[in-house]
Design a protein around this ligand. Structure first.
Ligand code: NDP
Length: 496
């Protein structure tokens, strides 16, 4: 180990309110995706003993946290939101270094995380049930939400602050305690988020962090007898494996997975607005968003004009990549995967309009940068129009009308987000009715979501209910139904 390496930080686990080393002592380097020569620090490879400690801490903290009134639980979350606001730039810098997101986008993600924690803090005052009339006189029924117990939160690298924040926010406000297993690629931001909760004086054991390979820890987390439910965000492939395992162990699992999101551009659309929305949606965060625009379905009469607009909008992004307009892919695996799909697109007979290559010159050559890529003449059945690429690659397909566009848009295994650009309100609302996705946009990009609104997908994109919004409580709580009989005891109850 060189002297430079010894100075670098190894991010520890956070268990029972303390920072602890993993038993194995094994670490993996955390590499800056914008400069693969730079090691940012080391991520611990936790093993089953470490998992056991984290689950035990969460289990011991559960009775006390469960009994803490939900408005009081909310106060810890508002404190965390305020601390996040104070340390916003620090988190955004770490996010950009670790995950590669452009700094402005990182600031946006941290701001979203603040909004999320503020929302869940306030939800502590609205953990409402229902009062229900009974068929019997002097009887009534009411419902109350109950937490599940210890829950596991497994998260990906592409929103390493916001996704842990929205899962932990919902789980904790509902009264659960949790173990967070973030992506192995983003231990730094996960640790910073944990520091924020520590500084907010969250009682020990309520939220625990362990880093380590999902392939080792994942199955054990799902099978662990004291883990009552699992909330996972990541690829559809991993999600499906976990779903089968959770099913075999009779456990609820929430899965937020991949997307193949389409924008429809109709002939009456504001083409300038549509082109800006498509460029922002497809190439922001280098296309590494589950809601990124991946396909564009354009009415054939406006295809040439729309394509010109698109090229006009994308040019400055390509020319100024060295100024950070489009960030790197997160690691070498992701780079290889995206280049593989670009190659496949060419082989399948799509026409490469722009981009299609790794940036090899100057400083960009040290990182995992791929030039924004657009394919035209893409048949809906091509692999590049069916599978999630998760990089800066957009396909364009001509359609004869909206019906054909909706049919093609729906004809993939995913159903996360989508958008239509049109001035015609009737067509926009028909689209809203017929499109098979969980997050629908009209005249805006396919990306984004606000804390107070439910978020998630249909079909291969989501299972087990929505995240964010008050609907997120549906996964993290169970309903208890209470029957109360207040019939005068002298006159006996209705049933006797
Ligand atoms: P992965 O599925 O590779 O990993 C997600 C998480 O699961 C990581 O923490 C990973 O750990 C862990 N994991 C990996 N293998 C297993 C396993 N066998 N058992 C249990 N856990 C495991 O996804 P990515 O991190 O690559 O994230 C990108 C994907 O996430 C994309 O498909 C994207 O669409 C999706 N996504 C979906 C969102 C949505 O809301 N629908 C939002 C954001 C992303 P480790 O890192 O150690 O491998």
């Amino acid at each position: 180990m060189s002297s430079t390496q010894t100075k670098l930080k190894t991010w520890q686990n956070f268990v029972n309110g303390e920072w602890v080393s993993a038993g194995s002592g094994k670490t993996t380097p955390n590499i800056n995706p914008a400069n693969a020569d730079e090691i940012l620090g080391y991520s611990q490879q936790s093993e089953l003993d470490d998992l056991e400690k984290a689950v035990t801490a969460a289990r011991e903290a559960y009775p006390g946290w469960r009994k803490t009134p939900s408005p009081a639980r909310g106060k810890f979350l508002s404190k965390a939101a305020a601390l996040l606001e104070k340390r916003k730039e620090e988190l955004a810098k770490a996010l950009t270094l670790e995950e590669g997101k452009a700094f402005q986008e990182s600031l946006g993600e941290v701001q979203k995380s603040i909004n999320i924690l503020e929302f869940f803090a306030a939800l502590g005052r609205r953990l409402n049930g229902e009062s229900i009339p009974s068929e019997l006189p002097k009887n009534f029924i009411y419902t109350k939400r109950e937490p599940l117990g210890v829950v596991a939160l497994i998260t990906p690298w592409n929103f390493p602050v916001a996704i842990p924040a929205w899962k932990a926010g919902a789980a904790l406000i509902a009264g659960n305690t949790a173990v967070l297993k973030p992506s192995s690629l983003t231990p730094w931001t996960a640790s910073l988020l944990m520091e924020i909760f520590q500084e907010a004086n969250l009682p020990k054991g309520v939220l625990n962090l362990i880093t380590g390979p999902g392939s080792v820890l994942g199955e054990a987390i799902v099978k662990h007898p004291h883990v009552r439910a699992i909330s996972f965000t990541g690829s559809t492939e991993t999600g499906r494996k976990l779903q089968a395992l959770a099913g075999a162990h009779g456990k609820p699992i929430q899965l937020e997975m991949g997307g193949k999101n389409a924008v429809i551009v109709l002939k009456d659309a504001d083409l300038d607005l549509a082109a800006s929305g498509v460029v922002f949606g497809a190439f922001g965060s280098a296309g590494q968003r589950c809601t990124a625009t991946s396909r564009c379905l354009v009415e054939e009469s406006v295809l040439p004009a729309f394509t010109d607009k698109l090229l006009e909008k994308i040019r400055p992004f390509i020319e100024k990549m060295h100024e950070g307009t489009v960030g790197p892919l997160v690691d070498e695996n992701q780079l290889k995967k995206v280049l593989h799909y670009i190659d496949l697109g060419k082989k399948e007979g799509a026409s490469l309009l722009v981009g299609g290559k790794r940036m090899t010159e100057g400083a960009l050559g040290k990182g995992y940068f791929v030039s924004p890529t657009i394919f035209t003449n893409v048949a809906p059945s091509m692999t590049i129009a069916q599978e999630e690429i998760f990089g800066p690659v957009l396909t364009i397909t001509a359609v004869k009308d909206m019906d054909e566009a909706i049919r093609i848009s729906n004809d993939v295994e995913y159903g996360l987000s989508g958008s239509i650009f049109t001035q015609n309100i009737n067509q926009a609302l028909d689209y809203v009715d017929d499109i098979e996705i969980g997050v629908v946009h009209v005249n805006s990009p396919t990306i984004g979501g606000e804390a107070q609104a439910p978020f998630g997908g249909m079909k291969g994109s989501g299972v087990g209910g929505r995240e964010m919004g008050h609907q997120s409580l549906d996964f993290f709580t169970e309903w208890k139904t209470v029957y109360i009989d207040y019939t005068d005891s002298n006159r006996k109850g209705n049933l006797y």
